[in-house]
Design a protein around this ligand. Structure first.
Ligand SMILES: [Zn+2]
Length: 271
């Protein structure tokens, strides 16, 4: 599942390709991917030009010359930018035909991804974007006490809270394990026991780990590659997620499920 570094990688690669291209037509092959009325979506998108590609948490925001297309890749969504009619399969659900004869295809084997047109005035004031929490890469100012108040209200394990996109945005299963290991915090610790100092450590390590992962174009694990043939390298730098032995103390790592998600940690280093 793409997390912040993988979505940022898609943004960086794709923006260069589609900038200033006009959408001359759109084909939608699987309607539930689109969160708007289909006719409304088409009316607002056809004839517009891609002006910028932004990101907020795990959302991509395609800025048009008027309005925006928000896209969430969820489990397996990917974009391909390729010459017209050079690719088609049953997993391609949305095709934007572009003014240079290319097409931008959205492929999603699991069909969990969502795409939505939003006008400018509602973009940041309505769901889903207004529900996205602190973005550790984009947000230079941090209201640490506000984040802390949200966390210590919760009894669930700290790992579960860090996966909540409305608090800190962009962390998913892989990077949360890495951040908690680096911060020496047990993923099962009840969120309400977290100390402010520990949150500061989590934020610092989150910024560092996500930035390094972006430099390495994200992590390529199992079936996921970001798009356009870009393969991330950060899997070579993971310290605990999918690993057997603690790189610090040598103890065999524990592998458990938290909220149904595979979790790797060291019982010795993360008390
Ligand atoms: Zn250890």
């Amino acid at each position: 599942m793409p997390e912040l570094p993988e979505v940022e990688t898609v943004r960086r690669v794709l923006e260069k390709e589609i900038l200033n291209l006009k959408i001359v037509d759109v084909k939608i092959k699987y309607n539930p991917i689109i969160n708007n009325d289909i006719e409304y979506f088409k009316e607002n998108v056809i004839g517009k030009t891609f002006k910028k590609l932004e990101r907020r948490g795990k959302f991509l925001i395609f800025k048009l010359n008027e309005g925006n297309i928000i896209s969430h890749l969820r489990m397996e969504g990917k974009y391909f930018y390729i010459p017209k009619d050079s690719l088609d399969n049953k997993h391609i659900h949305v095709i934007y035909y572009l003014s240079n004869g290319y097409m931008l295809c959205y492929q999603d084997v699991r069909k969990f991804g969502r795409i939505e047109y939003k006008d400018e005035k509602n973009l940041f004031t309505t769901p889903p974007i207004n529900e996205v929490g602190y973005d550790p890469i984009l947000d230079k100012e941090i209201e640490i006490n506000r984040i802390y108040d949200k966390i210590i209200n919760k009894a669930v394990p700290i790992k579960t809270t860090l996966l909540d996109q409305s608090i800190i945005a962009g962390l998913g299963n892989i990077y949360v394990d890495e951040v908690l290991f680096k911060s020496k915090i047990n993923p099962l610790m009840p969120s309400k026991n977290l100390k402010l100092k520990e949150l500061e450590e989590i934020i610092k390590n989150t910024k560092e780990i996500l930035s390094n992962a972006i430099l390495n174009k994200g992590t390529t694990i199992r079936s996921y590659t970001s798009s356009l043939g870009v393969e991330g390298n950060y899997q070579n730098f993971l310290l605990v997620h999918t690993k057997e032995v603690c790189p610090v103390c040598g103890l065999k790592l524990s592998k458990i499920k938290i909220g149904g998600r595979s979790t790797y940690y060291c019982k010795n280093c993360q008390e």
